[in-house]
Design a protein around this ligand. Structure first.
Ligand SMILES: O=C(NO)[C@H](O)[C@H](O)[C@H](O)CO
Ligand SMILES: [Mg+2]
Length: 372
């Protein structure tokens, strides 16, 4: 029960089509940046964070794992997930440079790998190890049909296909254009195409200011939007409080929050209605659990953000009672031994031991990038 080696990696995996855009980002590949933790007893745990495949940034994360974190972890008992999380997160020199950002993402990858080891050692899928599945069914919603870079025609036909051919009962459409009228017209066209029973969420990726958000929610009042995700700048708690209180469309956020404390602040101040933690932004599963418990205590639904593309979140979502639905983006499915799968709008519950992070050797052959 001893950590003997930590092996960082970087994979860059193509997105659907040549590139996608939301209001703030355009990307052609998803970055899977993490490590494989080897134990003296021969087990290998895998964990990773998710990036926009910027190689310079990915190498910084990988190097943080290879240097700062490795020297803290070699020789330690891999079963001590909580103690090791505290040891790394509160290591004074590392804390000084990164209670969020690169150091936090690096710890997240390590923490996921340690939980993967724990589940493998128990011979259980992570959701079973944590306490079993609290939901029989987990409904997925499809984000990969709603990009701002899609033409109006492609947006509507993709939404219709997701519903009519793939059985999705939920979709998400990006907004955040300079002209909110364009966004409203696109949402109205999608609503007409999919009908009233399909849930439509919308996501501005932090682009707008409060007056624009208020105008948008007034203009969208007849569209029955499930939630308005990241309407404002990620750290603007007061703006989200005022938008949420206005009572238009429920507010969702979390993919850009690095710490449980940031979530506690938004939850305590009534700044969000849907809580969207992400093991790939937080420092892994250990911190995700703290956020999910805080959301549950506040009786707010949890819908994990797909920074891990759902591979780990599928376990956490089946397990945690606060879960309400699941974000589906299929970009990196081909990399995994047990890829996240949605059948007729429902997520298939994983059964293999581990945290869902076991990467196929072929994925390294095809997508690995050098660490320096
Ligand atoms: O906001 C999201 N999901 O809710 C997506 O993760 C982002 O759009 C992608 O990372 C591209 O920036
Ligand atoms: Mg989002």
């Amino acid at each position: 029960m001893t950590i003997s080696r930590i092996e960082p990696f970087i994979l860059h995996v193509p997105v659907t089509g040549s590139s996608i855009s939301d209001s703030t980002h355009t990307l052609s590949h998803w970055g899977v940046v993490g490590c494989r933790i080897h134990t003296r007893e021969g087990l290998v745990g895998t964990g990773f964070t998710g990036t926009h495949a910027d190689i310079a940034g990915d190498r910084l994360i990988a190097r943080c794992i290879a240097t700062s974190l490795t020297e803290l972890l070699i020789g330690e008992d891999e079963r001590d997930v909580t103690r090791l999380w505290q040891k790394v997160a509160r290591h004074p020199p590392l804390q000084w440079i990164g209670r969020a950002g690169i150091a936090h993402l690096a710890l997240g990858a390590v923490d996921v790998a340690l939980w993967d080891l724990k589940a493998q050692a128990a011979g259980l899928p992570l959701w079973k190890l944590l306490g079993g599945a609290t939901s029989e069914r987990l409904t997925a919603y499809n984000t990969d049909i709603g990009w701002l870079s899609l033409s109006d025609e492609a947006l509507v036909s993709g939404a219709r296909r997701a519903v009519e051919e793939e059985g999705f009962r939920g979709i998400k459409v990006k907004v955040g254009s300079a002209d909110i009228g364009r966004d409203i017209d696109r949402l109205a066209a999608v609503r007409r195409a999919v009908g009233d029973r399909v849930t439509i969420a919308t996501d501005a990726n932090g682009r707008w200011d409060l007056p624009t958000c208020l105008r948008f929610t007034r203009a969208a009042r007849d569209l029955d939007l499930l939630w308005f995700e990241e309407p404002l700048w990620y750290d603007d708690v007061e703006g989200h409080v005022r938008l949420a209180a206005q009572g238009g469309v429920p507010v969702a956020l979390g993919e850009q929050l690095y710490t449980a404390e940031a979530f506690f602040d938004f939850i305590r101040r009534g700044a969000m209605h849907y809580v969207q933690p992400d093991v790939a932004r937080l420092a892994g599963i250990t911190e995700y659990i703290r956020v999910a418990e805080a959301a549950h205590a506040a009786r707010l639904p949890v819908v994990a953000h797909a920074g891990d593309m759902g591979q780990v979140h599928v376990h956490l979502s089946f397990w945690h009672p606060a879960t309400s639905s699941f974000e589906y983006i299929p970009w990196i499915r081909s990399c995994f031994e047990e890829p996240v799968t949605v059948t007729n709008g429902d997520v298939v519950r994983p059964e293999q031991p581990g945290a869902g992070t076991a990467i196929r050797p072929e994925a390294f052959d095809t997508h690995a990038k050098s660490l320096d």
